[in-house]
Structures are given as C-alpha cells and as structure tokens.
Design a protein around this ligand. Sequence first.
Ligand code: HEC
Length: 125
Amino acid sequence: MRLAYAAIPAIVLLLQTTAHGADLDNGRRLYLDPTLGGGTAGKCCFTCHEQGRDLPADLDRRTSFPLMGNTMGKLADVVNSCIEMALRGQGLDPQSKEMTDLIAYLTWLGKSQHDPALPATGCTR
Ligand code: HEC
C-alpha cells in the first residue's frame, strides 16, 4: 500500500510528459525563470520572446539558426547563447532534462504562438 502511494507522483508526472518524454510544464517554468543557468540579468526567455515572438514554427526542423551575425547548427547552442548573453547565466548541458524540456516548450510555443498559461507579468522572480 505504501508503495502504491509512493508511485502517485511518478504517475502524475508521466501523464504530464509528451510522447518524446519531455515535460512542457517544466519547460514553461524554465522559460519564465530569470535564474535559469544562474542568470543574473533579471531577464527570462519571456522578456524578449513573450508569446513566442521570434520563435519560428519550424524550430524542430531547422538545421541552421542565424543569431546576431553568427550561424549556429544546433538549437541547444542558440538557447545557450541566449542564456549566456541575455540572462547572463551559464549554458545548460545540451543533454540535460532542463534543455530537453525547454526545447520541447520552445518548439511547441513557436508553433502555437500563444500559451494561455503564461502570466501577463512575465518572469516569475
Ligand atoms: C534580451 C532579449 C532576449 C532574451 C532574454 C532571450 N532571447 Fe532568444 N533571442 C533574442 C534575439 C534578439 C534573437 C534573434 C532573433 C532573430 O534574429 O530573429 C533570439 C533568438 C532566439 C532563438 C532562435 C530563433 C530563430 O529564429 O532561430 C531561440 C530558440 C531563442 N532565442 C531562445 C531563447 C531562450 C530559450 C531564452 C531564455 C533562456 C531566450 N531566447 C532569451 C533575444 C533574447
């Protein structure tokens, strides 16, 4: 019985994950977090990308990303550039769950260009 109760959070988490195993709710949380990567600038992804601004619908299919005069081949590198330059934090491990969840969320938001669950006030801290 105790074991069954212990399994409940895991089951809830499982229900919230996408087919690819990424967690969109966690991705949204990271998108709103100015301390992502240890960020110190007081900005979060939402500050500049709001409801998906500048996030194209084909993020998951693109093989090159122009960013401030550079061209990058990996979405994770672009995300890390924004974390380093805009949030003034340190890039995330491209293989980490944080990066996976954030990219899943960005890809979803790039397509939908609107997330009713995003607060109008922006960053969470
Ligand atoms: C200070 C503003 C700012 C913040 C904060 C910011 N970005 Fe960006 N981001 C930009 C600019 C400017 C571009 C380049 C847009 C362009 O050239 O179309 C960009 C581009 C991108 C792109 C590539 C879009 C494309 O067309 O290829 C991604 C993905 C991205 N940002 C993700 C993020 C993520 C994730 C965060 C939060 C960790 C974030 N950004 C925070 C300004 C910001």
